[in-house]
Design a protein around this ligand. Structure first.
Ligand code: TYD
Length: 392
């Protein structure tokens, strides 16, 4: 049974950065539910993939050093630990992971043609398609079974999880390994980071839920790692149940126990999260109102999808935030979805004479603080809403 615990109001498409601001851009009610049987947390309104992931998709994984380093580290681990004929990456984006591998051994799947073109041009086999059963059949026919399948921050974007795992099961070799990583529900709850929810993030996974989803495909988790990326993520290592050559590590039981202990199997926890999200909104607005009353100049840093959720939920517009800075070329000179706040291509000059910076990319806090030592040393301050609204 699906039980409702949070309404984040009318939200625009989180990656729809318009050149000209319009009040009339499409908005959808963002409601979040907990499934008492599967333990899966999901949003109710499903936007067709074609509307969200297309030839102008702006998000590029390579925009952050943190992600590049994380993918590099993983590539070293894969090369060392797992024998593979091919590595298939579902959601290869601009190639931040596959760039670390030999072109002959990697297959990328990327529905956004602007991104697929980047890896294609470099000579990587790239299927400019959505991941589904039909594509899995095509790839299987051409490349046989695949020993290693990887997917980061992608499976939570696909509505039909049964089709996702059925397709993976079809193509994964008998002794193959599937590695997936996505934001951790436990971390999201712990940090009251309600901004992890937006139209593209249909699900925020817990280990409890992933275990339930994959069991009908005779897949099982054999190892799990906690990562600091994207505000706290989980990396799941998955195999076929019939493959007894890989032992299940204690990390899996440990994570399941931790999640159960923290109430992730109980609706009560989500109800409290819903209440804390409202409180977070109230307290963030208090900070912004006070600063604006004091005539402080505030800008935003990192025009993330997460920031779109916050600004639309809290109704913060250009009366509060003068503009955003972001390194992504496809976001510059455009507007924060749903809000009349312009985004400019990041430059240090844009941080001059600014009193406060709202940290839209709070998940890259360390990377950003390292970069902005001068701003901080001159008394510049940041505003964040995680784990609770405060000034840093
Ligand atoms: P991310 O947190 O991955 O996004 P989302 O919530 O959209 O999934 O996006 C980080 C954004 O922050 C991306 O647009 C690039 C930007 N960014 C900067 O502008 N400067 C930086 O130093 C870093 C690390 C990120």
């Amino acid at each position: 049974m699906n039980k409702h615990f949070l309404n984040l109001g009318l939200q625009p498409l989180a990656n729809n950065y318009l050149r000209k601001f319009s009040q009339n851009q499409p908005r959808y009610n963002l409601n979040i539910f907990f499934n008492t049987k599967t333990k899966l947390v999901s949003i109710s309104k499903r936007i067709p993939s074609k509307i969200m992931f297309h030839k102008n998709y702006p998000y590029k994984s390579s925009m952050s050093k943190t992600m590049i380093q994380s993918f590099f580290k993983l590539s070293k681990e894969i090369k060392k630990k797992f024998k593979h004929n091919y590595i298939l990456e579902i959601g290869s984006n601009d190639g931040a992971l596959i760039n670390n591998f030999n072109k002959k051994n990697v297959i990328g799947v990327e529905p956004c043609s602007n991104l697929a073109l980047i890896t294609k041009k470099k000579g990587y086999i790239t299927f400019n398609k959505y991941w589904d059963f039909k594509l899995a059949q095509i790839i299987k026919k051409k490349y046989k079974n695949i020993d290693l399948i990887y997917s980061a921050n992608t499976l939570t974007h696909i509505s039909d999880l049964n089709d996702v795992f059925k397709s993976i099961d079809l193509i994964l070799s008998k002794n193959g390994v599937l590695i997936i990583e996505d934001p951790s529900l436990q971390e999201c709850i712990k940090k009251t980071s309600y901004d992890q929810f937006y139209n593209e993030h249909i699900y925020i996974f817990s280990c409890l839920a992933v275990k339930n989803i994959i069991k009908k495909f005779d897949l099982e988790i054999f190892d799990i790692k906690n990562l600091s990326t994207h505000g706290g993520s989980l990396r799941y290592y998955i195999k076929k149940k019939a493959n007894k050559s890989i032992k299940i590590k204690p990390s899996v039981k440990k994570q399941l126990k931790k999640e159960t202990r923290n109430g992730l199997a109980n609706f009560k926890t989500y109800k409290k999260f819903g209440y804390l999200a409202q409180k977070s909104k109230h307290n963030l607005l208090k900070i912004f109102n006070k600063l604006k009353n004091d005539n402080k100049k505030i800008i935003g840093y990192g025009a993330t999808a997460k920031a779109t959720t916050i600004l639309n939920y809290c109704d913060l517009d250009n009366q509060f935030i003068d503009y955003f800075v972001d390194t992504t070329p496809d976001k510059s000179n455009r507007f924060i979805p749903g809000k009349n706040i312009k985004i400019f291509k990041y430059s240090k000059k844009l941080l001059k004479n600014i009193d406060y910076i709202f940290l839209g990319a709070w998940n890259f806090k360390q990377e950003i603080f390292n970069k902005e030592k001068k701003y901080l040393s001159k008394g510049g301050k940041f505003i964040t809403h995680v784990p609770y609204p405060k000034i840093i």
